[in-house]
Design a protein around this ligand. Structure first.
Ligand code: MN
Length: 484
């Protein structure tokens, strides 16, 4: 392990490139399905995906709309003019021999992502975001003398999001990757399913003891937040060790071996001129009108940072807030409640149920957020019933469980399960009187100021009423009858 004192002499600098797959119905330039999850290899292809001679690409308008949304998610506006370039390289999963991407005029320039909350915000600037197409997928069966190519993914629309090198720890790199994941999901532009490879991260790392940046390496194709963190930490340590031994860092592309938890050298880094970029003559530039930009701005959904601010204003604690945001169905439900002008008490109560009761049900594995009956109207009614003491908080949880599993209304469940609390004073007063005469010692203790005994008496009232007495009312009546 690296000596922490030596480690502390170096400042790591980290920038991240992220490829996000957009959830359009069809591909970037072809009217072919973009959902390759359950498709047999090479079934979602056309002359355009294969790069047949004379094939003409046609830009998918939805991709441009999604890119515009991402611009707003990054606190900036899309560029009014952008265009596509061809990036040439030779690989079997790239039939055209070039990738269509953006270089000199990308759709987004600038913007930023804020990590963390209010007092300790870490701002990560965005350098650029470009629209580009994905390549196909190569597999190399072990022990065989051939490789297989599946072009279903060829031409899938991607956004390549390039950050500035504003991060300095592996934890920040992980947090940034996670925040991008939240942003593109809440913006509704990507499923961002990491398991399906919908988001891939390339981490650029360098270390330096001075103000001058060191030579950097790029570790490519990380597909989890954990691997972003681990690969970054590993690269920082590896580079410092090399420098401490007086060796040089080689500027190169590296891979991540998840089993060994190590990066490994793949190839030396190409420069831009190696790709012989030039503007794609087949695709007209994207020119956005102010009206089109304003339309997209007007339909932007609530994003995680706004939801954080709204929940903070309600004094919901930060860890509950992050759980709500992490579980998007929960986050979206809270957003819908806030937007509908629901009372704050109900929002807080429901938020609490979501991160405790519902989260526990979901983490049990039998249920998902999607297949539970998260009916906002029912939840609000149940919250209001609880606040009005029509049901106890324990009763409310029993009703909540039934409601989630069956979708029945809370009033119906409360009646069926006999959980409506008795808040009729005269009825409870009679029970209180009986309990006090049955328990003279406890009654005397309360009279003498031993308030511990009052809990026992309330318990007896609850028992006599079969749990239906409102405990606050019971306590008030006990005190009244004992002259306290
Ligand atoms: Mn790219």
């Amino acid at each position: 392990m690296l000596d922490p004192e030596i480690r502390a002499k170096y400042t790591p600098t980290i920038g991240i490139e992220c490829h996000v797959q957009l959830k359009t119905r069809t591909k970037l330039f072809a009217a072919v399905s973009n959902d390759a999850r359950n498709a047999a290899p090479n079934t979602l292809i056309s002359h355009i995906c294969l790069g047949m001679p004379g094939a003409l690409p046609v830009l998918n308008e939805k991709v441009v709309e999604y890119a515009m949304q991402v611009a707003f998610a990054f606190n900036t506006e899309p560029q009014r003019y952008s265009h596509f370039e061809r990036k040439h390289y030779f690989y079997p999963d790239l039939p055209k021999g070039y990738q269509i991407t953006q270089l000199s005029h990308p759709i987004i320039v600038g913007g930023y992502v804020d990590l963390g909350i209010e007092d300790e915000i870490k701002r990560i600037r965005i350098n650029r975001v470009q629209i580009e197409e994905d390549a196909g997928k190569s597999t190399h069966p072990t022990g065989k003398d051939y490789s297989l190519v599946d072009l279903n993914r060829a031409g899938t629309p991607l956004l390549e999001i390039v950050s500035e090198a504003d991060m300095h720890t592996a934890a920040e790199a992980k947090l940034y990757a996670h925040e991008l994941w939240l942003l593109v999901r809440y913006a509704g532009v990507s499923d961002a399913d990491l398991y399906q490879g919908n988001m891939r991260f390339d981490v650029n790392v360098s270390v330096s003891k001075t103000d001058k940046l060191g030579l950097r390496t790029e570790t490519k194709n990380l597909n989890s937040f954990r691997s972003v963190e681990k690969a970054t930490e590993y690269e920082i340590g590896r580079q410092i060790e090399l420098l401490e031994k007086g060796k040089a860092i080689v500027q190169e592309t590296r891979g991540w071996d998840d089993a060994k938890q190590k990066t490994f050298s793949q190839r030396s880094k190409e420069d831009a001129h190696d790709y012989r970029y030039f503007p794609d003559p087949d695709i007209p530039p994207i020119v956005l009108s102010d009206a089109a930009v304003q339309t997209i701005k007007s339909i932007m959904p609530t994003l995680p940072r706004q939801l954080r601010q709204r929940l903070r204003a309600l004094k919901i604690d930060p860890s509950a807030t992050e759980t709500l945001i992490e579980e998007m169905p929960a986050g979206k439900l809270i957003i819908a409640l806030l937007d509908s002008g629901c009372n704050n008490d109900a929002v807080k109560r429901i938020a609490n149920w979501l991160v405790t009761e519902v989260q526990a049900l979901v983490s049990g594995g039998t249920y998902t957020w999607e297949n539970l009956h998260l009916n906002p109207d029912h939840l609000v009614v149940l919250a209001d019933m609880t606040t009005a003491n029509k049901v106890s908080s324990t009763g409310a949880k029993a009703i909540l469980h039934e409601l989630l599993l069956t979708g029945k209304s809370p009033e119906k469940i409360a009646t069926e399960k006999n959980l409506l609390q008795v808040s009729d004073e005269s009825e409870i007063a009679a029970i209180v009187a009986k309990v006090l005469s049955d328990n003279p010692q406890a009654a005397t203790d309360v009279k003498n100021g031993e308030m511990k005994a009052i809990g026992f008496l309330v318990g007896q009232v609850m028992k006599q009423s079969h749990g239906k007495a409102n405990p606050n009312l019971a306590q008030k009546l006990i005190k009244e009858q004992l002259g306290q």
